[in-house]
Design a protein around this ligand. Structure first.
Ligand code: AKG
Ligand code: FE2
Length: 356
């Protein structure tokens, strides 16, 4: 399996216990990738391949359950602020309205989508979150699922903490204050998402008669994504608006991307890049294209600040010639605005009113 040339690869292997020089180099590589592309493959991140295989196996077991069993943990109806539990195929419709730089009132492009996404998902948060209580299947339906996924949630946060430390180090926040971002992230407001895209007709996907996940950015500080080997994730080319490149699967790697809040914190110097899930590369070749795409499983982990954390433009990212572009906002307020809330003059709309 290959990677995409335009998405950098960063090896985190010598980050823990590495020399100061090693850590600086890794931190700069990661942060440069966030500046240029907003997406980066991270290898040797510390989640063992066997644990990832187990996570995907639990995801398969969950989605293999009959619909009526999965519906025993239903995602709350549209309009609810709670984004937990099982979303059945067609419930969610991701769309994004793009606005000219920072201006909320001038629509540059308005997407009016009539099709729903052919995917199902299950959202898990921390057991400590009061605002976002988990919605579990009744005991006995998938024994072991709750225990595995809650432990996996915190395992992912261990990796996220190192990524947040590296970003703080390279941005030069204070005197080597690696823990700057961590002080806003207790981990309780993150979200683990299991995603399953069932096979769909290649022709229909190619003609936009069905969708998997249309272009959007994430609301998080950062997102870590684990994907299976089937492909389909695409990332907007930072040099050419509207052109998307494949983020090819790379076994064992995670794909990290900058979310809207980190972009806001960094005064747009780190990029929250549009991405989407569409036809996998194999299915685009007319000569060999199967009639149906393979199924796709992916596991994003959205890392967000605590609800009362104030996201304020970092002093090191602004000066007289480049003043702060956004007023300070709490995570809570930012999330509460829901569709129409702007991170960088963009809107992310979902049928359930929440986003990762
Ligand atoms: O399935 C994927 O690879 C993408 C998921 C994603 O972008 C999201 O859930 O925000
Ligand atoms: Fe996303």
């Amino acid at each position: 399996m290959t990677t995409s040339p335009s998405i950098p690869v960063v090896d985190l292997g010598s980050w823990p216990g590495g020399s100061a020089a090693d850590r600086k180099r890794i931190a700069s590589e990661l942060t440069d990738a966030c500046r240029r592309v907003g997406f980066v493959y991270v290898v040797n991140h510390g989640v063992p391949p066997a644990l990832l295989d187990e996570a995907f196996a639990w995801s398969r077991r969950l989605f293999d359950l009959p619909l009526e069993k999965k519906m025993l943990a239903p995602h709350p109806p549209a309009g609810s602020a709670v984004h937990r539990g099982y979303s059945w195929p067609g419930l969610e419709k991701v769309s994004q309205t793009l606005y000219a730089d920072g201006e909320e009132d001038r629509a540059k492009q308005v997407e009016d989508r009539r099709v729903s996404d052919v995917k199902e998902s299950y959202e898990i948060g921390s057991e400590d979150s009061i605002q976002q209580p988990n919605i579990w299947l009744p005991a006995g339906v998938l024994p072991g699922f709750r225990e595995f996924t809650t432990a996996f949630y915190w395992r992912c946060f261990d990796v996220a903490k190192e990524l947040l430390r590296a970003l703080a180090l390279a941005l030069g926040l204070g005197l080597d204050d690696e823990d700057f971002f961590l002080s806003f992230h207790s981990g309780a407001n993150n979200q683990l998402r299991l995603l399953h895209y069932p096979p769909v007709e290649v022709e229909k996907l190619a003609r936009d008669e069905v969708a998997r996940m249309p272009a959007h950015s994430d609301w998080s500080t950062l997102t870590m994504l684990f994907q299976d080997g089937n492909g389909g994730l695409q990332v907007e080319d930072p040099k050419q608006e509207g052109r998307f490149v494949d983020a090819m699967p790379m076994r064992g790697a995670l794909v990290m991307n900058v979310g809207d809040l980190l972009m806001r914190w960094s005064n747009d110097s780190l990029k929250s890049t549009l991405h989407r899930v569409t036809l996998p590369p194999l299915a685009r070749d007319a000569a060999t294209a199967p009639r149906m795409t393979p199924a796709r499983y992916s596991i994003p982990y959205f890392v967000s600040p605590d609800p009362t954390a104030v996201v304020r433009c970092l002093a090191v990212c602004a000066d007289a010639r480049n003043p702060p572009r956004y007023p300070p906002v709490t995570q809570e307020e930012y999330a509460r605005r829901g569709p129409g809330g702007t991170a960088r003059g963009e809107r992310l709309e979902r049928t359930d009113g929440m986003a990762g």
